[in-house]
Design a protein around this ligand. Structure first.
Ligand SMILES: Nc1ncnc2c1ncn2[C@@H]1O[C@H](COP(=O)(O)OP(=O)(O)OP(=O)(O)O)[C@@H](O)[C@H]1O
Length: 315
């Protein structure tokens, strides 16, 4: 698969080059509710960044701010040196694509057609000309079709091109969404709960696919509740709690940070103080500052204790 950026073969290294994507002090309020509060995030080329946090932490709202679905109350988003406006179309043109928590395919179109729709933002003729079959459409349509088929093969759906989206197994529908997002030639791909509802085998395949996407040169940001998945996959993880970045660090650092554990599984007085604290400054867990350790034993928390509130968090 050819992409908008040069291929690489390994994960990105934060700090070694300029960030591809920066969110600067992004805040999003809905009336009296602050869903995202002063969140900063940098994503570097060929980096996979995870965004975790309990239900209602503000993850999807933050994605919506990044992708122009929401205009942040304050703060800004910069992609490849350009400040983004709150226009999903312009954000896609600038090089950021996403998938949603709930599958949003054109269910009565074939897999190939779904991917072709994604391509139209990069073609001269565009979707309207495709529908009206205007002059110049044919040659470009053949190229769009070929590229879309290539993308289907890339995600492992080469044999399903002519299947209606609605007839594809669940895991394949998720991969089709990723193929459609890739068709827009993004530099950064945002995935909102890509393994939600998947069985273990599909989850493993999703993990392999994301590594493969990264290896083509893209940066990837993933929201996920499956901790095993996120800690295997990511170079860096941010944990959001009540709209704020509670902890940021490597998977190992975040995984063993007592504040993260408490945010997920506990309601200790210490965690409450941290979360409601007077000093909301995000602290990198790699900081040498001594930290309280209420339970020094590194823990995995691959289960999803807060799961259960099936809700559409998408805009
Ligand atoms: N359009 C909206 N209007 C009002 N409140 C909203 C809106 N969208 C989200 N919220 C609120 O903002 C908070 C953050 O929600 P969000 O969906 O971003 O959390 P999340 O971390 O993605 O949760 P989940 O893991 O359950 O998807 C919640 O309290 C939610 O009810």
């Amino acid at each position: 698969m050819s992409t908008a950026v040069d291929p690489g073969t390994s994960g990105g290294v934060a700090g070694a080059e300029a960030p591809l994507l920066s969110a600067e002090n992004v805040t999003m309020r809905f009336g009296g509710l602050t869903a995202v509060s002063d969140v900063a995030m940098e994503v570097f080329p060929r980096e996979i960044v995870g965004l975790i946090g309990p239900n209602g932490a503000g993850k999807t709202t933050f994605f919506n701010c990044l992708t122009g679905l929401y205009k942040p109350t304050s703060g800004r988003v910069v992609l490849d040196g350009r400040q983004l406006t709150s226009s999903p179309r312009k954000v896609v043109e600038a090089g950021m694509a996403r998938t949603f928590q709930n599958i949003r395919l054109f269910q009565n179109m074939t897999a190939l057609e779904n991917v072709m729709v994604g391509r139209y933002c990069r073609t001269r003729t565009g979707a309207i000309s495709a529908i009206t079959r205007a002059f110049g459409f044919k040659a470009e349509e053949a190229a769009t079709r070929a590229k879309s088929q290539e993308l289907l093969e890339f995600v492992g759906l080469g044999d399903s091109a002519e299947h209606l989206a609605r007839n594809l197994p669940y895991g394949d529908q998720r991969r089709l969404e990723i193929a459609r997002a890739l068709a827009t030639e993004p530099k950064v791909l945002l995935l909102d709960e890509p393994t939600a509802g998947m069985n273990p085998q599909e989850t493993r395949q999703a993990e392999e696919l994301i590594f493969k996407i990264r290896d083509t040169g893209l940066a990837v940001v993933v929201i996920e509740h499956d901790m095993r998945f996120i800690f295997n996959l990511c170079d860096r993880v941010l944990c959001l709690v009540r709209g704020k970045v509670l902890v940021e660090g490597t998977p190992e650092e975040v995984q063993s940070d007592p504040r993260v554990i408490e945010a997920y599984i506990g309601t200790s007085a210490e965690a409450e103080a941290d979360l409601a604290g007077d000093d909301p400054t995000p602290q990198r867990v790699s900081d040498p500052t001594p930290q309280r350790v209420s339970d020094p034993t590194p823990q995995r928390f691959s289960d999803r204790p807060t799961e259960g509130s099936e809700r559409d968090g998408d805009a």
